[in-house]
Design a protein around this ligand. Structure first.
Ligand code: CA
Length: 479
């Protein structure tokens, strides 16, 4: 359901009123909350604060303890560009048509909609980007602007480092045939310092920006975004993070022999070797590398948050931490993000607002990255310039039990559409708008690992029809 401008105005005013009711005074422009948005690339909800037993994430767990964890958060597209395009435009990919990693700027891809950071810039914020916030190819796009929204930023830093130098990244272990330009199994744990890596250079730049954009100097609040390139492949991570993972705890998911018999082939957008059923040695090492990258991400995020605290700005800065989509580590035999399964669609989303009541709570209701735009608008008292498709999560920051939404929508290549409800995940594929007849329906209450496709099960036809109709109405309304 789209939220009209009038409703947004009410929402923004409610936000201000809510602050007053909570005993706060409405502050002057310069005292508006700063925003720190930290994004990790291809990071699913595999953090300790999400219950993951292999992850070592003390810093993000600490953020979760003082903020709110959205335990059922979904991306809106399972690849980088459209996912970020959706989150930063506040519109679903099927509404904007931004459904591929194409080489155009953000504005061209979303029909001129104002991006979230651009809106904040227009509303008196000093905005800055470090690294990958809008789309860029990894590793070839590191150090370049990618499909950025150049008007969104006062300062944009295209940080690069050791792991973007061809002679260095070629030292990594690779496996799989080259069926496309995309990266496959590719990992390495070189003996380098964090600061030598592209993400480490990004951290240095981000901390420098905290000083340059300190509101006491500029008279303006800041909107700082730090886009970390990991754990996106190539999974090149300084060795100390590899050593932080207990390899004895690595478990490769069991895949029933007939698992793929009821999965439409179209689901495997990348069917080739290197993405599927990789040798055991690489499976263990790649899982290790992914979790090493998570540890690295956690360390970088932790250092930036610590720098914020040391500068006395933590009590007036909203922190959002998110991944842009998940990544499958052997579930259904897949080793990439190109599928319509849960592990590719679920993302971490942690929000900390120092003014909010809830601390250390988890929200179990369905949410999406689409909700970040309206949430930050309400928290900062900024009116959006176009209709937003998500909901503000301000209520949940003050009451974790507050209702979210009945369903969430996720897209994927080629032409995949999922509607996720509390109990079910229904996916269908479309070609030129027409259903191809291929689909998946999982009853997650009884089958959380999505092993039994109920799409043709007579007992589930009423559920199938209802979800198909719900999806069709949403897609049709969005055009
Ligand atoms: Ca990504």
């Amino acid at each position: 359901m789209k939220i009209g401008i009038r409703k947004q105005v009410r929402a923004a005013l409610c936000g201000v009123a809510g602050l007053m009711l909570a005993g706060h005074t409405v502050r002057a422009e310069t005292a508006k909350p700063n925003v720190l948005l930290i994004m990790a690339d291809d990071l699913g909800d595999r953090l300790a604060c999400y219950g993951d037993e292999l992850a070592v994430t003390p810093n993000l767990d600490a953020l979760a303890e003082k903020g709110v964890v959205f335990g059922n958060a979904y991306c809106q597209f399972h690849t980088c560009g459209p996912s970020r395009g959706s989150m930063l435009s506040g519109r679903y990919p099927f509404e904007t048509g931004y459904t591929g990693n194409k080489g155009h700027t953000f504005g061209e891809m979303v029909g001129g909609l104002t991006s979230l950071p651009h809106l904040f810039r227009q509303n008196g914020y000093k905005t800055a980007r470090v690294g990958k916030v809008f789309h860029m190819n990894i590793p070839s796009g590191i150090g370049k602007a990618g499909t950025d929204d150049p008007e969104a930023w006062d300062i944009a830093i295209n940080n690069t480092g050791w792991d973007a130098v061809p002679g260095n990244i070629d030292k990594g272990t690779r496996w799989g045939t080259r069926d496309s330009a995309a990266v496959r199994i590719w990992y390495h744990a070189p003996e380098i310092e964090d600061e030598a890596s592209a993400d480490g250079q990004g951290l240095v730049a981000a901390i420098d920006l905290l000083d340059r954009h300190n509101p006491e100097k500029t008279g303006k609040p800041f909107f700082l975004t730090y886009g970390i390139y990991r754990p996106h492949p190539p999974m090149i991570v300084p060795k100390k993070h590899w050593d932080a993972i207990d390899a004895s705890k690595i478990k490769i998911p069991a895949v029933p022999a007939d698992d793929r018999d009821d999965i439409p082939a179209v689901n495997w957008h990348r069917p080739g070797p290197g993405y599927n059923f990789i040798p055991e040695e690489h499976a263990v090492n790649y899982t290790h590398a992914y979790y090493a990258a998570i540890h690295f991400v956690d360390s970088l995020a932790g250092e930036l948050i610590q720098a914020l605290e040391e500068r006395g700005m933590a009590d007036n800065t909203i922190i959002v931490f998110a991944g842009d989509q998940g990544f499958m580590l052997g579930e259904h035999g897949h080793w990439h993000k190109s599928s319509m399964f849960e592990e590719a669609q679920r993302v971490p989303l942690i929000i900390f607002d120092p003014r909010a009541k809830e601390k250390g709570k988890q929200v179990s209701g369905l949410v999406g990255l689409i909700d970040v735009y309206p949430t930050l608008c309400e928290l900062a008292g900024i009116l959006p310039k176009h209709e937003l498709s998500g909901i503000s999560l301000c209520a949940q920051l003050n009451d974790a039990s507050a209702k979210t939404k009945a369903c969430e929508f996720i897209m994927g290549s080629p032409g995949g559409y999922t509607v996720r409800t509390e109990r079910y995940a229904y996916t269908e594929w479309r070609k030129k708008g027409q259903q191809t007849g291929e689909g998946m329906l999982y009853d997650l209450a009884n089958d959380p690992q999505e092993f039994t496709n109920r799409i043709n099960d007579p007992a589930y036809q009423a559920v199938r029809e209802k979800l198909a109709q719900q999806l069709d109405e949403k897609i049709s309304a969005g055009k």
